[in-house]
Design a binder for this molecule. Structure first.
Ligand code: TPP
Ligand code: MG
Length: 368
């Protein structure tokens, strides 16, 4: 029997529209209106400034551990900006700016990072899932939502985020396979930020790209410059149109970089070089978008300063509100209230035990 070749009529594209110097490929520039362009710019600046403020709060011991997003603003905001209000957003944990875009308050983010259960409430209620810390688990939820939307004949698409590290989880492969088989209207957006804590991208997979994994599951895959907000928007808009037309899922790999630590409990200097970080600093997503907007006369120096001042004020207001709220919360007994809508007998027993133990400890303390 001869050996033959099975021709696969598929290849992987890489899309880049706005380069690191802010030069644009005019033919590929997606037609984003001025209002949305400026809304995106403000959201990116807010994301960056909020990260800086959260880091200061963490270092002052006013909140707990959190995962910074700096450097990845274009990758998740360019994607989420494509969605309609009735579409689902299913995040991992490094998409804070996208959550805020979808209506989550800064106050809720601060409260969550300070460890308060109250931040888990979905506010405003809508088609957004909360952050998923178990790596990769959210992709399966996204496919379930997408499949349900298709089954019910709803005009809804689902966008889910995950990292490069999450593609090593079985959940990723099950989600991709199921979405392909059932043509679920799901947009898989991988924020490939080159690292999964201290594991570099090349140790995560032998594949040349993450995008090409789509081919095995019978769906289109595309790699984009994830620090180019126009390219991310264009690729995700194409994927959303495909999903809405009943033509199934797409994998969009956004190549980006985590400029800060994995979480505030991590020291990235132990596993990556300053040169590497510096190289990516030159590809900053906000600076190149700023240049683009200035050249289009949509931004001036005065307007840039005004946006900066306005977002700083919004952040300060949120910090004040969150700290006032925290002062009225924080009794550890509250943790038992949030596990189930109705307390189970086992949880009720734990609660009683906890009350008895804390009372005994207080008694002991007063005797001493
Ligand atoms: C199932 C599971 N395993 C391990 C962890 C610990 N953990 C948290 S984030 C992370 C790395 C994730 O890397 P990636 O998917 O690239 O996302 P990134 O943190 O870079 O945004 C790991 C191993 C976890 N949260 N869940
Ligand atoms: Mg990563």
């Amino acid at each position: 029997m001869p050996r033959t070749h099975i021709e696969l009529d598929e290849s992987i594209e890489r899309l880049s529209i706005l380069d690191a110097e802010g030069n644009v490929d005019k033919e590929r520039d997606p037609d984003i209106n001025r209002e949305l362009l400026l809304k995106l710019y403000r959201a990116m600046v807010l994301g960056r400034r909020f990260d800086e403020r959260l880091l200061a709060l963490q270092r002052q011991g006013r909140i707990g551990t959190f995962p910074p997003i700096s450097g990845q603003e274009a990758a998740h905001l360019g994607a989420v900006a494509v969605l309609q209000p009735e579409d689902w957003m299913v995040p991992a944990f490094r998409e804070t700016a996208a959550e805020v875009w979808r209506g989550r308050s800064l106050e809720s983010v601060i409260l969550g990072n300070a460890g308060f259960n109250e931040a888990a409430a979905l506010a405003p209620p809508g088609p957004n899932l909360p952050v998923a810390v178990p790596v990769g688990s959210q992709m399966l939820h996204a496919v379930g939502l997408g499949w349900a939307a298709r089954y019910r004949g709803k005009d809804q698409v689902v966008l889910t985020f995950f990292g490069d590290g999450a593609t090593s989880e079985g959940d990723f492969h099950e989600a991709m396979n199921f979405a392909g088989v059932y043509q679920a209207p799901v947009i898989f957006v991988c924020q490939n930020n080159q690292w999964a804590i201290s594991i570099p991208r090349h140790a995560q997979t032998r594949s040349a790209t993450i995008a090409q994994k789509a081919l095995a599951y019978g769906m289109p895959g595309i790699q984009v410059d994830g620090n180019d907000v126009l390219a991310v928007y264009a690729a995700v808009a194409e994927a959303a149109a495909r999903a809405r037309a009943g033509n199934g899922p797409t994998l969009v790999e956004c190549e980006t970089y985590r400029m800060k630590m994995h979480t505030t409990a991590d020291d990235p200097k132990r596993y990556r070089t300053d040169e590497e970080v510096e190289g990516w600093r030159r590809k900053d997503p906000i600076l190149r978008f700023e240049t683009y907007l200035k050249r289009r006369r949509l931004l001036t120096k005065a307007k840039i300063e005004a946006v900066d001042a306005e977002v700083r004020e919004a952040i300060q207001t949120a910090v004040d509100a969150a700290e006032t709220r925290m002062a009225s919360l924080g009794d550890p007994i509250d943790m038992f209230d949030h596990a189930y809508a109705e307390m189970t007998p086992a949880i009720a027993a734990h609660r009683e035990e906890f009350l008895a133990e804390t009372a005994a400890a207080a008694e002991e303390g007063s005797d001493a």
